[in-house]
Design a protein around this ligand. Structure first.
Ligand code: CA
Length: 249
């Protein structure tokens, strides 16, 4: 099975219409993982002549591949809650509004995720950790590696979001997915502009301008069944706390 997820964790008191806050305390990875190339997969799948699997060792905080030392930046590839019943079933290899295979490198220790609770208990699950991955996940894998993840889970009552958020030191990012990059970019941008408008209480067009001046669009991944981008709203525009406070029910 691709992208297995561990869980689900039932969160006491979580009801549809709430927000689940998931703080990533630590991601401790083991000392070796794998990366692979599969014919037809990844951005350049048409150029792949043979499948390969490479075992890559991690030592002193670096993955070493062909003599190149890569400082690891452990991240969680798959994390999410149960989808909305009307959204149907989602395999763990796909990202969507409930989270899932978002393959977003900002989902790392020190970051905080926010998910819409769609079903009683939220049903949080996660897996598919990477020791390191570049934006895009070009060849179809990161450095896939076993990991021990420590989380702190909190519940925020009666606040709703359409797509998951990830908070880093500097940004609040909307993580949205679509059939292609344009769809994903549209969704992430639409939510980011909406959050700015709602928090600053300005006209939509002014929020649109502000987003154009300050929000960064970043590619998360382009190799899963849906593509994922993030719209990063700097905290100097609106703090995560304020953004959450101003969410509607
Ligand atoms: Ca993945």
């Amino acid at each position: 099975m691709l992208n297995p997820a561990t869980g689900p964790v039932y969160v006491e008191g979580a009801e549809p219409g709430d927000l689940l806050q998931v703080k990533i305390i630590s991601i401790d990875v083991e000392d070796k993982g794998i990366a692979a190339v599969v014919p037809g997969e990844g951005v350049l799948g048409d150029q792949v002549t043979k499948p390969i699997i490479r075992v890559i060792h991690v030592k002193d905080g670096c993955a070493v591949f062909h003599g190149v030392k890569l400082p690891i930046q452990p991240m969680i590839g798959v994390i999410g809650v149960a989808p909305k019943k009307e959204d149907g079933e989602w395999a763990t290899d796909s990202p969507w509004k409930h989270g899932g295979n978002m393959d977003t490198k900002d989902i790392k220790a020190g970051s905080t995720l926010y998910f819409p609770v769609n079903q009683r208990g939220a049903l949080l699950a996660l897996g598919d950790c990477h020791a390191i991955m570049g934006d895009g996940e070009i060849c179809f894998t990161g450095l896939e590696i076993p990991a021990k993840v420590t989380l702190e889970i909190n519940l925020i009552k009666d606040k709703n979001i359409k797509w998951p958020l990830v908070e880093t030191d500097e940004y609040t990012m909307v993580i949205a997915s679509g059939d292609d990059l344009e769809d994903a970019v549209y969704e992430a941008t639409s939510q980011a502009v909406g959050h700015i408008k709602d928090s600053l209480k300005i006209e939509w067009e002014d929020a649109y301008v502000l987003a154009s001046l300050a929000v960064d669009l970043k590619i998360s991944q382009v190799v899963d069944p849906k593509m994922t981008v993030r719209a990063a709203i700097p905290k100097y525009v609106v703090s995560t706390e304020k953004l959450i406070e101003d969410l509607t029910k």
